[in-house]
Design a protein. Structure first.
Length: 154
């Protein structure tokens, strides 16, 4: 009986190991994603239909010391540098942040570009199904909000 309990505890502990870059690479491979790894971070790649060249479209970083994973992707949105449209853009970001509780919309102060981010804890590990679901949430949100954010460029 004691051996069975210890075996179960070992299996449970192993299934909740912290998420590592090796695990993320394995998950991306299983999902069929094209990516490149750079210093423990991953860039998901898309292919240019004309040139056939791959370019980065999405960022994933595992931070083992913080036991967290950060995901970020671009949107078609842009916050103007000044004027009334700048306030409109920030109001739209606030509205979207209130409407989508799992992701955060933020803008790059140097370029004005709006990105969609998702950060989650990895302290108890993350299985393939959960990792895949998180990607679906952020990509789905980016897709759902694309038209609203593109309108900020007008």
């Amino acid at each position: 009986m004691r051996t069975t309990i210890l075996l179960v505890l070992a299996i449970v502990t192993a299934s909740f190991a912290a998420l590592s870059t090796t695990t993320v690479a394995g998950y991306l491979d299983q999902l069929g994603a094209a990516y490149q790894e750079e210093d423990g971070a991953f860039w998901l790649l898309a292919e240019d239909s004309l040139s056939g060249e791959a370019f980065p479209i999405f960022y994933i970083e595992v931070n083992a010391s913080l036991e967290a994973c950060f995901m970020a992707g671009p949107t078609p949105g842009l916050v103007p540098a000044s004027g009334a449209d700048r306030a409109v853009a920030f109001a739209k970001l606030a509205e979207l942040n209130a409407s989508y509780p799992f992701v955060k919309f933020e803008h790059d102060v140097s370029t004005g570009e709006i990105i969609c981010t998702y950060t989650f804890s990895t302290e108890n590990g993350v299985g393939l199904e959960a990792f895949s679901a998180m990607l679906q949430v952020i990509f789905g949100t980016m897709d759902e909000t694309a038209a609203e954010l593109a309108a900020l460029r007008q």
